[in-house]
Design a protein around this ligand. Structure first.
Ligand code: ADP
Length: 373
C-alpha cells in the first residue's frame, strides 16, 4: 500500500506535465510495438492535421509516415527497426507526411518507454520540423554542383588557347621564325612563364572539380618506384639548379614495384617537391626519402626551409589555404589535390615540421593500391 503511494505522481505534478507536453512547440507522440499511435500532443494535431481521437490506435505507417520517402527509402522497415532497436534511433531524421499528403522532414528523438500495452513497451518520439533546413541544404548542394560544373567548363575552355599561346611563344623563342634579340627574348620568356603558370592553375582547377564531382578515377599501373622518382626530380632540375639547392635521395636499392595511378602519384610528388623547392631559400637542402615493406610504401619530402607552425598543419591541406601567400606565387590548391589523390589510393598524408627549421611532408600508400581491403 505504502509503496503504491510513493510511486504515484501527485495530481498537481501530473497537471504540470500535461501543460508542458501540450504547450511545447514540438511534436510529441508515443507508439506501441506495432507502430500504433497511443499518444499525440496538441502540437502534433495542429502540425499533421489529425485530431487526437482520429489518430489514436492508427498505425504511423500510412498516416504520418509514408511507406517510402521521396528518395525511395523504405520507412516501413525503418519503423519496424525502431521498435526492435530504439537505441539505434535516438536521433533520427526522416521524411513524414501531413494529412493533406504534403511531405515534411522531421528530426526525431526516440526512446523506449514503459507503456500500457501487453508487453508494456512503447517508443516516445519528440520531433521538430526541419524541412526548411533540408531545403536550404539541397539548394546549397545544387549551387555547389553548378559552381563546380561552371569552373570545370571555364577551365576546359581556357586550357587549349593557353597551350596554343605557350607553344607559339616557344616556337618564336626557339629562333625558328628568325633571330630573337635579347630584349625580345626577355619579354617572350616572361610571357611563356606566365602562360605556364596559368596552365598549371587551370589544370589544378580541373583536378579539383573532377574530385568534387567524384569523377576522378584511378588507372592502376605497375610502377617502378626509383624510375618514377628520377623522372619527377628531372622535371624540377632547372629550378633546383637555379636556387643552388642540394637534393638528397635516400632510397633503399630494393624498394621495388608498386601498383597505383602513375600520373596521379607523379602529380603528388611533383606538388610536394615543387613546394620544397619554392619555399626553401637558395642554398638549402631538400631530401626525398623512401622506405617500404611488403604492405606499404612510405614517401618523405623534406626541406630545411621556413617550416610550418603546428596550428597550420591541418589547414594547409584545405583548398585555397596559403600560409606564406605573400612570399611566393601559388594558388593553395596543390596540397589539397595531393591529399585527395592519396586518399583515393587509400593512403595517408601529413606534415611534420619545426617552425623555422624545415618541413617534412610524408605519405604512405598500400603497396598495391588496386587491391580491395
Ligand atoms: P601553394 O603552394 O600554391 O600556395 P599548396 O596547397 O601547395 O599551395 O600549399 C599550401 C601552403 O602550404 C603554401 O601556401 C605554403 O604556405 C605552405 N607550404 C607548402 N609546402 C611548404 C614547405 N615545403 N615549406 C613551407 N611551407 C609550405
Amino acid at each position: 500500500m505504502n509503496k503504491k503511494k510513493k510511486n504515484k505522481i501527485p495530481e498537481e505534478n501530473r497537471e504540470k506535465y500535461r501543460q508542458l507536453v501540450e504547450g511545447v512547440n514540438s511534436i510529441i507522440l508515443r507508439m506501441d510495438v506495432k507502430g500504433r499511435i497511443t499518444f499525440f500532443n496538441k502540437f502534433a494535431e495542429k502540425f499533421f492535421g489529425y485530431r487526437e481521437n482520429e489518430i489514436l490506435g492508427k498505425n504511423v505507417i500510412g498516416t504520418i509516415v509514408p511507406e517510402t520517402d521521396s528518395a525511395g527509402r523504405d520507412l516501413k522497415a525503418m519503423i519496424a527497426d525502431i521498435m526492435r532497436h530504439p537505441n539505434k534511433y535516438t536521433n533520427n531524421e526522416n521524411e513524414n507526411m501531413m494529412r493533406n499528403g504534403q511531405r515534411v522532414w522531421i528530426s526525431w528523438t526516440n526512446r523506449a518507454a514503459a507503456g500500457k500495452g501487453k508487453n508494456g513497451l512503447e517508443v516516445l518520439c519528440v520531433g521538430n520540423d526541419i524541412s526548411k533546413i533540408k531545403k536550404a541544404e539541397e539548394l546549397l548542394k545544387e549551387m555547389d554542383r553548378r559552381k563546380s560544373s561552371f569552373v570545370a567548363n571555364v577551365s576546359h575552355e581556357f586550357k587549349n588557347p593557353l597551350r596554343t599561346l605557350r607553344e607559339s611563344l616557344g616556337i618564336i623563342l626557339d629562333g625558328t621564325m628568325g633571330e630573337v634579340d635579347p630584349g625580345q627574348r626577355e619579354m617572350l620568356e616572361i610571357g611563356k612563364r606566365n602562360a605556364d603558370r596559368l596552365i598549371r592553375l587551370v589544370m589544378n582547377l580541373l583536378d579539383i572539380s573532377k574530385i568534387e564531382a567524384g569523377k576522378m578515377k584511378l588507372k592502376m599501373d605497375r610502377i617502378n618506384i626509383p624510375e618514377l622518382i628520377d623522372e619527377v626530380i628531372a622535371s624540377n632540375k632547372a629550378d633546383i639548379a637555379k636556387k643552388r639547392l642540394i637534393l638528397k635521395k635516400n632510397m633503399p636499392g630494393n624498394i621495388g614495384l608498386m601498383r597505383a595511378d602513375r600520373d596521379r602519384l607523379a602529380e603528388v610528388i611533383i606538388n610536394l617537391l615543387t613546394n620544397a623547392v619554392k619555399y626553401t631559400p637558395a642554398g638549402g637542402v631538400i631530401a626525398v626519402t623512401l622506405s617500404g615493406n611488403a604492405k606499404e610504401v612510405r614517401f618523405e619530402i623534406s626541406d630545411n626551409g621556413p617550416g610550418i607552425a603546428k596550428e597550420d598543419f591541418k589547414k594547409l591541406f584545405d583548398k585555397f589555404e596559403r600560409i606564406t601567400a605573400e612570399r611566393e606565387e601559388g594558388t593553395g590548391l596543390g596540397l589539397s589535390i595531393a591529399r585527395d589523390i592519396i586518399e583515393l589510393h587509400r593512403g595517408k598524408i601529413w606534415v611534420e615540421s619545426e617552425f623555422g627549421k624545415g618541413s617534412k611532408f610524408i605519405f604512405t600508400l598500400p603497396r598495391d593500391c588496386g587491391k580491395k581491403g
